[in-house]
Design a protein around this ligand. Structure first.
Ligand SMILES: Nc1ncnc2c1ncn2[C@@H]1O[C@H](COP(=O)(O)OP(=O)(O)O)[C@@H](O)[C@H]1O
Ligand SMILES: [Mg+2]
Length: 244
């Protein structure tokens, strides 16, 4: 299928090409009680190569979600720069940022956040831009839903789906606009072991087969080992602890 909407990025990616270049990121939160600052990210710098798979580990409260939110432009660092394909996303205006988020990034969270009043297929279509919900988007949604084995469930509502099926639907939704990268914050956190492996392998498939860059926060060493690199976030510092 040469006109597949799921274009094969892996084939067109130059080895070592930098997708995200994060420089000197710092983030603190004000502590109400003591008029003190809690430093969550302390002068963190790293790059993420296009097409790579990155795991971020670290104890609860170490700042993993905070870091992912900066990368996903859901929150701003106090200091630092984040270059995405050479463009400083912290300089984008509100409208540019919305567009960037919608077209370049896919998000998967611990909870699926599917809308209960919409069917599986409708949920998958929600991020497609108004007016762009044309045949291309529909074909892409259908292809992805088939690919993840949910075709027979396409007309069901979230309450009629299992936890694993809901989370797989959330992965499809994250991919519907053909993003450059998926940011997944403990995507298997609410799943049992078997479903966790299944979901992780699904993310990995999109990473390996289609070159979608993947950043996953996980507590599971077993799952982290399937990715190219593991970083640990501790005391405000990000440390590379494993590289294949
Ligand atoms: N909006 C916020 N306001 C104040 N403190 C926050 C906020 N978000 C996170 N924190 C604090 O920052 C620390 C890191 O949180 P988080 O990034 O959620 O950690 P993790 O995802 O690793 O569990 C925690 O101590 C948390 O309480
Ligand atoms: Mg978190």
């Amino acid at each position: 299928m040469n006109n597949s909407p799921e274009k094969n990025r892996a084939a067109e990616t130059n080895v070592g090409e930098v997708l995200i270049d994060a420089r000197n990121l710092s983030k603190s939160y004000r502590r109400e009680e003591a008029d003190r600052k809690q430093v969550v990210l302390q002068d963190i710098s790293f790059t993420i190569e296009k097409g790579s798979g990155i795991a971020i580990t670290g104890p609860s409260g170490s700042g993993k979600t905070t870091l992912l939110n900066q990368l996903g432009s859901l929150d701003r660092p106090d200091e630092g720069e984040i270059y995405f394909q050479g463009r400083d996303i912290l300089q984008l205006s509100g409208k540019e940022l919305d567009q960037f988020r919608n077209t370049s990034l896919g998000f998967v969270f611990q909870q699926h956040h599917l809308l209960p009043q919409f069917s599986l297929m409708e949920n998958v279509m929600i991020p497609t831009l108004p007016g762009k919900s044309d045949q291309d988007a529909i074909h892409r949604a259908e292809e992805l839903v088939r690919k993840v084995g949910l075709w027979d469930h396409r007309d069901k509502y979230p309450h009629e789906l299992s936890g694993g099926e809901c989370q797989r639907t959330a992965v499809v939704r994250s991919l519907i606009n053909n993003p450059e990268i998926i940011l997944a914050d403990e995507p298997t956190g609410s799943l049992d072991h078997e479903n966790s492996i299944q979901l992780f392998d699904l993310l990995l498939r999109f990473n390996k087969e289609y070159g979608v860059t993947l950043v996953v926060v996980t507590h599971s060493n077993e799952l982290a080992l399937k990715l190219d690199k593991t970083y640990s976030l501790l005391n405000g510092n990000l440390e590379l602890i494993r590289e294949t």
